[in-house]
Design a protein around this ligand. Structure first.
Ligand SMILES: *[C@@H]1O[C@H](CO)[C@@H](O)[C@H](O)[C@H]1NC(C)=O
Ligand SMILES: *[C@@H]1O[C@H](CO)[C@@H](O)[C@H](O)[C@H]1NC(C)=O
Ligand SMILES: *[C@@H]1O[C@H](CO)[C@@H](O)[C@H](O)[C@H]1NC(C)=O
Ligand SMILES: *[C@@H]1O[C@H](CO)[C@@H](O)[C@H](O)[C@H]1NC(C)=O
Ligand SMILES: *[C@@H]1O[C@H](CO)[C@@H](O)[C@H](O)[C@H]1NC(C)=O
Ligand SMILES: *[C@@H]1O[C@H](CO)[C@@H](O)[C@H](O)[C@H]1NC(C)=O
Ligand SMILES: *[C@@H]1O[C@H](CO)[C@@H](O)[C@H](O)[C@H]1NC(C)=O
Ligand SMILES: *[C@@H]1O[C@H](CO)[C@@H](O)[C@H](O)[C@H]1NC(C)=O
Ligand SMILES: *[C@@H]1O[C@H](CO)[C@@H](O)[C@H](O)[C@H]1NC(C)=O
Length: 294
């Protein structure tokens, strides 16, 4: 009995030590140097917003109003879909016809990014947001996200976007019933075309309608995605051991990015009955940290 207990105690200690020494989350191949669990002591804060003021700080955030982001985008972003409520940022999407510049949009959504006058941009570090998502219908058109783009507006040929959290159940072909946490960056577009490297986690065990932390740790060598501070997947730069799986060499962005929070509607699946109630994404806070050892 004693021996068995000792055996269990020592294996527990050894597996703990092992977990501390070796990152055990999935990656594109070579060993990830990102921790399995975020230790906030390794970081210093460089940006935070708790959305607990009476008004959104528009010197940091720029809210999209009558914003059509790309030519083929379906909904129009209006300022009515970005609010502060009960110490949270609430970004919504709804079925509500709006005419803008002669064009009719059946749905409106919310969009804001950190490109206000003072703004915020960063290169490397740990970015996270505490987010609560709406319940979706089967084949729902909702597409809320927390992501980033290069601050110099370049769609430079490497890695044009980082999606820290995308919530969607029609983004994965025929598998329409599952909720998806997705994140991807792009490879070299000039050389490889639209080479999308992404992972998706069905994460059926996660109740997305409760608050969770969606985070990304980014350094020169890799980008690692975290849920509730636990690493799930790493992209490792120029990983020769396993890049055929993603179709292009992985390149890690090396320039400033700004952050975006938005709630889009996917045209192909949009149904008014999915918007009997306004769909809402709640953001409790956004924080960005710098690595102390960088
Ligand atoms: C290669 O990368 C894919 C993801 O792109 C991953 O699922 C797979 O486990 C990796 N294979 C090895 C041998 O590391
Ligand atoms: C990962 O680390 C282990 C243990 O240090 C090593 O044996 C292995 O070769 C490494 N794999 C890669 C792809 O670097
Ligand atoms: C907002 O929340 C943060 C973190 O809890 C707190 O430090 C700060 O004092 C709050 N600000 C206001 C205006 O309530
Ligand atoms: C808004 O953000 C700027 C930049 O961080 C800061 O200087 C300013 O005090 C903030 N305004 C309010 C009302 O909190
Ligand atoms: C407001 O926020 C508090 C704290 O997060 C929560 O307990 C409460 O249910 C919220 N109220 C509403 C109306 O959402
Ligand atoms: C719905 O659309 C009308 C017409 O464009 C607009 O005036 C109104 O503010 C919108 N309502 C909401 C809640 O966005
Ligand atoms: C969802 O979409 C799939 C694929 O288009 C379709 O086969 C299925 O019948 C749809 N389900 C519902 C409930 O709309
Ligand atoms: C990553 O996500 C997958 C898919 O949901 C899940 O099975 C796995 O447990 C997660 N890994 C970690 C380390 O959280
Ligand atoms: C894999 O990466 C290596 C090193 O970056 C590169 O030389 C090779 O072309 C890549 N292979 C593919 C299929 O992209």
């Amino acid at each position: 009995m004693k021996n068995i207990q000792f055996f269990f105690a020592s294996t527990t200690i050894w597996s703990l030590l092992f977990a501390l020494i070796c990152a055990s989350h999935s990656s594109t191949g070579s060993n990830s140097s990102s921790p399995d669990i975020i230790n906030y002591n390794d970081f210093s804060l460089q940006f935070e917003d708790y959305f607990n003021q009476t008004e959104l700080n528009t010197t940091i955030w720029k809210v999209g109003d009558n914003l059509v982001r790309t030519k083929d985008q379906f909904q129009i972003y209006t300022k009515e879909n970005v609010k502060l409520k009960n110490n949270s940022l609430v970004i919504s999407a709804q079925y509500n016809s709006t005419i803008w510049k002669g064009q009719k949009y059946d749905y409106t959504g919310g969009y804001l990014d950190t490109r206000g006058d003072l703004g915020f941009k960063f290169k490397y570090g740990y970015a996270e947001a505490r987010i609560k998502l709406p319940q979706l219908y089967t084949n729902d058109s909702s597409f809320p996200a927390f992501w980033g783009l290069p601050a110099d507006n370049s769609r430079w040929h490497y890695s044009v976007e980082i999606d820290i959290m995308e919530y969607c159940n029609v983004c994965s072909g025929k598998d329409t019933s599952t909720y998806i946490y997705g994140a991807y960056i792009y490879g070299n577009r000039e050389q490889y075309g639209d080479c999308r490297i992404w992972y998706r986690s069905p994460m059926k065990q996660l109740d997305f309608t409760q608050y969770h932390l969606y985070g990304m740790l980014w350094n020169e060598n890799e980008v690692t995605f975290y849920v509730d501070g636990v690493a799930n997947f790493s992209y490792i730069a120029k990983d020769p051991s396993n890049n055929s799986s993603v179709g292009c060499p992985i390149v890690i962005p090396n320039r400033d990015f700004y952050l975006i929070l938005n709630f889009a509607v996917i045209q192909k699946f949009a149904k008014p009955e999915h918007y009997k109630e306004t769909k809402e994404m709640y953001v409790d806070y956004v924080r960005v940290y710098k690595s102390k050892n960088q």
